[in-house]
Design a protein around this ligand. Structure first.
Ligand code: UN1
Length: 499
C-alpha cells in the first residue's frame, strides 16, 4: 500500500508472495474512470515464470499423492470463502473490468458453483471396470494427474474462467501456474488468495502476472509444463498451439465466437427481443458467447427490428458500480477502438445503422471507454460485421426466408461456440439442435448463460476439440491409465489364448 492507499500485489511462487525478479510493476486502472488507479501488479518476465514452473514441478509429487477427497476438502473451503467474500470480490471485479455489478456477482457465483462442483469430483473421478477377455483377469481404467498446468486466462470472466481451469486441475492432482490477463490481475489475485487461505499447500498454485510475450511464452515453451489451457482470441490461440507443439504438451483452447439467435416467424417476439438484448449487450458484448448475430424470419422482421431497436436505445450506459446502469464500458481503449473500427466497416459495407454507432466520451463518460449499444440491420451474412468477432456492443441483424436459409446463415461462419432458436415449433427446435454446428445450443433463450456442470466449448475455429466445465474438464486435466491384473497364476496371452 503506498501513501495514497494504492496496493501493490505480488506474485505467488512456491508459497511466497514475491515481487517480479526485475522489481518492475504495471498499473491496473478502472475502465469506467481511468483516473481510478486500482493497484500495481508484478510485471513479470520469463525468469519469474520459470521459477513458478519449478515451484509447481516440486509441489507435484506430494500433491498427486494426497487422496482426491482430501484435495477436494480444500476446494469446499475455498467455495465457502468465495461465498463469504462474494460482494467484495464482485466490486473489485467491476472496478477493474467494467461489467455491471450484478454481472460481476454472477462471475464470482460461477466460480463458487465450479468450486462446489469440482470438490464433488474429489469423490467421483470415476473410471471404468470391464470384463477381461481372459479368465481370472481384471481390467479397469483410472484417471491419473498429468503434472504442471500452465493456465492463461482472459479479462472478460476474470474469476469464472480461472476457476474453470484451476479447480479441475487441482482436484485431479495437478499443480498450476496461472498467468491472468494483464487487464484484470486483481480478480485473479483475489481468487488465488482464496485458495491459499483455504489451505492449499505451497507451490500447488502459483500466480505470475504480466504480459503474454514474456510469461505466456515461457509456459508454452517449457518442457516441464504438461498441459496448457488457454481462453482468448483465435489469433492468439493459433500462436499458443504452434508454440506448444514442439514439446507435445496437451493444449486446450477456447477461442472466438460469432454466435447467432434465430428468430422464427412463430416465435414469442417479446421474449425473443428480451433475449437478443441480453445476449447482445450483456457484459457490453464482451462474451465469447455474445449474440452478435440475429437472424429474423422475413414475416416478422420489421416488427422485430422495431421492438429490438426501441429496447436497445433505452439501455443505460455508465459505471457498472451504479445500480441503475445496464451496460458498462469496454475493458480498454484498444477494445473500444475495435468497436469504433467495426462501426466504420459496417457503414462502409452498406448495412443500415439502426441505433448507436458512437463512442461516448463527454461528461461522465470522459474518463472511460464507453460506446453506445449499436445495432446494424439489413446486414448481409457475408459482410465482415456478420463474420468477424467484434467483442463489443455491436449486433448485426439479418432477414431470412426459410428455416433452411437460417441454418445456412448460422453455420456460415468460421466459429462454432453458441447458437439459439426462438420458435414454438418443437420439430424445428429439434432440427436446429441437431443441425447447428456449435458446442452450445439454446431453445427460447439467448446464446449466453451456460451453467458450469455441462461441457463448455465450441467447434470449428472456436476450439480444438476439448471441453471445459462439467465432467468433461477432467479429460483436459487428467490422463487415462488402463490397468490389467492377472490373478490366474499362469501366462495368459491376450488375442492369442482362447481358453
Ligand atoms: C466467455 O464468454 O468466455 O455462458 C464465457 C456464458 C457464461 C460464460 C461465458 N457462463 O455466457
Amino acid at each position: 500500500m503506498n501513501e495514497l492507499g494504492v496496493p501493490t500485489c505480488q506474485n505467488l511462487i512456491g508459497g511466497e508472495w514475491v515481487p517480479a525478479a526485475s522489481g518492475e510493476v504495471f498499473e491496473n486502472r478502472n475502465p469506467a474512470d481511468t483516473g481510478d488507479l486500482i493497484g500495481y501488479f508484478a510485471k513479470s518476465s520469463r525468469t519469474d515464470a520459470e521459477r513458478a514452473v519449478d515451484a509447481a514441478a516440486r509441489a507435484f509429487e506430494p500433491w498427486r499423492l494426497v487422496p482426491a477427497p482430501k484435495r477436494a476438502e480444500i476446494l469446499f473451503r475455498a467455495a465457502q470463502l468465495l461465498v463469504e467474500r462474494k460482494e467484495r470480490l464482485a466490486r473489485d471485479m467491476t472496478r477493474e473490468m467494467g461489467k455491471v455489478l450484478e454481472e460481476a456477482r454472477g462471475d464470482v457465483q460461477e466460480a463458487i458453483d465450479m468450486a462446489f462442483f469440482m470438490a464433488g469430483e474429489g469423490r467421483r473421478q470415476h473410471g471404468q471396470t470391464a470384463p477381461s477377455e481372459l479368465r481370472d483377469k481384471f481390467a479397469m481404467s483410472i484417471r491419473q494427474p498429468i503434472g504442471v498446468c500452465g493456465i492463461i486466462t482472459p479479462w472478460n470472466f476474470p474469476m469464472a474462467i480461472p476457476s474453470w481451469k484451476i479447480l479441475p486441475a487441482l482436484v485431479c492432482g495437478d499443480t498450476v501456474v496461472l498467468k491472468p490477463a494483464t487487464l484484470t490481475p486483481l480478480s485473479a489475485w483475489n481468487f488465488v488468495k482464496v485458495l491459499e487461505d483455504a489451505g492449499l499447500p505451497p507451490g500447488v498454485l502459483n500466480l505470475v502476472t504480466g504480459g503474454g510475450g514474456d510469461v505466456g511464452n515461457a509456459l508454452l515453451e517449457s518442457p516441464v509444463v504438461s498441459v496448457v489451457s488457454f481462453t482468448g482470441s483465435t489469433e492468439v490461440g493459433r500462436t499458443v498451439s504452434t508454440k506448444a507443439a514442439p514439446t507435445f504438451k496437451k493444449v486446450h483452447l477456447e477461442m472466438g465466437g460469432k454466435n447467432i439467435i434465430v428468430v422464427m416467424d412463430d416465435a414469442d417476439l417479446a421474449l425473443a427481443v428480451d433475449g437478443c438484448v441480453w445476449g447482445g449487450f450483456g457484459t457490453t458484448g464482451q462474451r465469447c458467447t455474445a449474440a452478435s448475430r440475429v437472424a429474423v424470419h422475413r414475416k416478422v422482421y420489421e416488427a422485430f427490428v422495431d421492438q429490438y431497436v426501441r429496447q436497445v436505445r433505452t439501455l443505460k450506459v455508465g459505471d457498472g458500480l451504479d445500480p441503475s446502469v445496464q451496460m458498462g464500458p469496454s475493458v480498454s481503449r484498444g477494445q473500444v477502438e475495435t468497436v469504433m473500427h467495426y462501426v466504420g466497416v459496417g457503414r462502409a459495407e452498406g448495412a443500415t445503422l439502426a441505433c448507436g454507432g458512437h463512442a461516448l466520451d463527454t461528461g461522465a463518460y470522459a474518463k472511460g471507454f464507453f460506446h453506445e449499444p449499436t445495432v446494424f440491420t439489413d446486414v448481409h451474412p457475408q459482410m465482415r460485421i456478420a463474420q468477424e468477432e467484434i467483442f463489443g456492443p455491436v449486433v448485426s441483424v439479418m432477414p431470412f426466408e426459410s428455416f433452411e436459409e437460417a441454418v445456412a446463415i448460422a453455420n456460415g461462419v468460421e466459429y462454432g461456440l453458441s447458437a439459439s432458436i426462438y420458435t414454438r415449433d418443437i420439430n424445428l427446435a429439434f432440427r436446429a439442435m441437431r443441425d447447428l454446428h456449435t458446442g452450445l445450443f439454446y431453445v427460447n433463450a439467448p446464446t449466453i448463460g451456460a451453467e458450469i456442470h455441462l461441457p463448455f466449448g465450441g467447434t470449428k475455429n472456436t476450439g480444438n476439440g476439448h471441453r471445459e466445465a462439467g465432467e468433461a474438464a477432467l479429460d483436459v486435466f487428467s490422463e487415462w491409465k488402463s490397468i490389467y491384473v492377472d490373478f490366474s497364476g499362469r501366462l495368459q496371452r491376450a488375442q492369442i489364448d482362447t481358453e
